[in-house]
Design a protein around this ligand. Structure first.
Ligand code: FAD
Ligand code: NAI
Length: 473
């Protein structure tokens, strides 16, 4: 055709969705071009999301564990944090290793990477504009849109480097004395956990009446209690009425919502502010209209179970196709799209997608929540095992956790689970597998779990439902 490059499959965006789709399509024998505007592959997740945040959360955990070991007889001095070394470790040893690995894997598979901003010019061509203005056109038979999402901006405030999004917070320019986090969702609480451990006085302001919306309140409570103890303030049912950057800091005034009268009355001054009020899909910035791909008002692209858009040879995956905006959802969808393009008869059929907040303690949930079951009038049975009765939780001095299982009342099958506590994100995997495999309480209770482990709490919760629990210590 009349393009600079012609390929069977083009993938727009190299995040967890994009690189997975490109590699899978190449492995299935397709000729693949991967377009990415940045110089490294990996998208938000590897460069400025999941991975660097977990590196900093690890550092936070080391610091708080050292602090708290003084309660049981081991005292350390105050931590001396070398920010430059911490940033180097995160950028080079963690992020750099992974993004470098992706570049090598692309090469190995003969995936052609084209760097620049891609926009559809028609239903069979994308034009890629490099930083120097040079345009490369890529003609394709099939396209997979994996252009991801970006942080929602706080409206009506002049730009100031002290007002940050998650990328700014992860850059760790300094440790502000006083920091405000706007939005009590996962990003705000994870980054709040990091800055609290590093020594900032952190306040969180959340519009709704609770942190981590979408998760059951009993599972959020232990996290909130700990944060209330460590942080300067958790302001629920409160919004930012005004925010103004001034020489001495960011001046913020608050306003209670839904009848809340406890919102701070005067002006508070913060050294830095993190805006973490959600993410918006990038659907409106890719020239989708030129290809005839329908994008909704918010920027999402609708797809069917095979990840097909309204244009049958163009697919879309990841954050750009809807909630939940999670890396493991993107990679799963990516494989489906690549396999469908390669002629396989597959669909996205995962029955559940786990969510994890990597805070301290972690909060993890999957499938039907108790709140949802109540709202829908579903017939369920629940069992909740308090970690205060777990020998392992006691021996790591973290007994605030709980493991909750939700069963279908009729079939007794596991249909939901929630865990709060140290390593909850890792522990949840067993429940996810159990749900996918249709396991019931009996299966979980009769499976021998190593003692003493936190994973036993899943077994104990199942035994509680069965009325067979006797062996817990
Ligand atoms: P993205 O990762 O957003 O990748 C899209 C890519 O497309 C980007 O590299 C972008 O540069 C490129 N692109 C976009 N438009 C164009 C264009 N026109 N031309 C060329 N290139 C383009 N999820 C989890 O599951 N676990 C976590 O622990 C977790 N932590 C997170 C922490 C933070 C701070 C943030 C911000 C997000 C986190 N997420 C986490 C969410 C996760 O990062 C996303 O769900 C995931 O990255 C989505 O993958 P994606 O492939 O859809 O898109
Ligand atoms: P979020 O949607 O999870 O949370 C945003 C919070 O901000 C909500 O509680 C909302 O009520 C509140 N809010 C919105 N506008 C507000 C305002 N003006 N003032 C005060 N509060 C306001 O969004 P977040 O935390 O920005 O994260 C975006 C997405 O990134 C997540 O939903 C998730 O998909 C992904 N992510 C996943 C992680 C993980 O899996 N561990 C980690 C970080 C991000």
């Amino acid at each position: 055709g009349d393009s600079d490059i012609n390929t069977q499959v083009v993938v727009l965006g190299s995040g967890p969705g994009g690189y997975t789709a490109a590699f899978r399509a190449a492995d299935l024998g397709k000729q693949v071009v991967l377009i990415e505007r940045y110089s490294t592959l990996g998208g938000v997740c590897l460069n400025v999301g999941c991975i660097p945040s977990k590196a900093l959360l690890h550092t936070a955990k080391v610091i708080t564990e050292a602090e708290e070991s003084s309660h049981h007889g081991v005292k350390f001095g105050a931590p001396q944090v070398d920010l430059e070394q911490l940033r180097d470790w995160k950028a080079n040893d963690v992020v750099g290793k992974l993004t470098g690995g992706l570049a090598a894997m692309a090469k190995q598979r003969n995936v052609t990477v084209v760097q620049g901003v891609g926009k559809f010019t028609s239903a069979n061509q994308i034009a890629v504009t490099a930083a120097d203005g040079k345009v490369t056109t890529v003609g394709f038979e099939n396209a997979i849109i994996a252009a991801g999402s970006q942080a929602t901006k706080f409206p009506g405030v002049e730009a100031d480097e002290r007002i940050m999004d998650s990328t700014g917070a992860l850059a760790l320019a300094d440790v502000p004395k006083r920091m405000l986090v706007i939005g009590g969702g996962i990003i705000g609480l994870e980054m709040g956990t990091v800055y609290d451990a590093l020594g900032s006085k952190v306040s969180v302001v959340e519009f709704t009446d609770g942190l981590v919306q979408g998760c059951d309140r009993d599972l959020v409570r232990p996290l909130q209690k700990r944060m209330e103890k460590r942080f300067e303030a958790i302001m629920l049912s409160t919004k930012v009425a005004k925010m103004e950057p001034k020489a001495d800091g960011i001046h913020v005034s608050f306003e209670g919502v839904n009848g809340n009268e406890d919102a701070p009355k005067g002006v508070e001054v913060y050294d830095r502010v993190l805006v973490s009020i959600g993410r918006r899909p990038n659907g409106k910035n890719i020239g989708a209209e030129n290809a005839g791909v329908a994008v909704d008002d918010y920027g999402f692209i609708n797809v069917d179970k095979q990840m097909r858009t309204n244009v049958p040879h163009i697919f879309a995956i990841g954050d750009i196709v809807g909630q939940p905006m999670l890396a493991h959802k993107a990679t799963h969808e990516a494989k489906v799209a690549a396999e469908v393009i390669a002629g396989e008869k597959v669909e996205f059929v995962a029955s559940v997608i786990p969510s994890v907040a990597y805070t301290d303690p972690e909060v993890a949930w999957v499938g039907v929540t108790e709140t949802e079951a109540k709202a829908k009038g579903m017939a369920i049975e629940k069992a909740s095992f308090p970690w205060a009765a777990s020998g392992r939780a006691l021996s790591i001095a973290r007994t605030e956790g709980a493991t909750k299982l939700i069963f279908d009342k009729e079939t007794h099958r596991l249909i939901g689970a929630g865990i709060v506590g140290v390593n909850a994100g890792e522990l949840l995997a067993e429940a996810v597998l159990a749900i996918e495999m249709g396991a019931d309480a009996h299966d979980l209770g009769l499976t021998i779990h190593a003692h003493p482990t936190l994973s036993e709490t899943v077994c104990f919760a199942a035994e509680m439902k069965e009325g067979t629990i006797t062996d817990l210590y």
